[in-house]
Design a protein. Structure first.
Length: 90
């Protein structure tokens, strides 16, 4: 993912982007330093959701934002909907 993101940033000519490898339950970021946290398809893979959400809120600035897109499996979500790519975007 880091390699892919780096290639995308280069292709888009974005010089002010930095990628860090880290675990969501121990983010390599200082407290209160993040304006926006974006997560796409990651929270559902984390067993301890209160812990990872705590990490996100630890690093967010006051007034910072979390934008999350993920799968939520509920009884009314059919296997067909799970397979549909549109189900994965928020
Ligand atoms: C479904 S992919 C989504 C990747 C990317 N966000 C995207 O939209 O293409 C899930 C990613 O979450 C990462 N991941 C899973 N558990 C993680 C954790 N505890 N901390 C950080 N990353 C995690 C996996 O390594 C994988 O790259």
């Amino acid at each position: 993912m880091i390699d892919k993101a780096t290639r995308n940033a280069l292709a888009l000519g974005l010089p002010n982007v930095e990628f860090r490898l880290g675990d969501l339950d121990a983010l390599p970021l200082e407290n209160g330093t993040v304006d926006v946290a974006i997560s796409n398809g990651v929270f559902n893979l984390c067993p301890d959701k209160p812990k990872v959400l705590g990490e996100v809120f630890r690093v967010l600035r006051v007034g910072g934002r979390l934008c999350m897109a993920d799968m939520i499996l509920e009884d009314h979500v059919t296997p067909e909907k799970v397979q549909h790519m549109g189900s994965w975007s928020g």
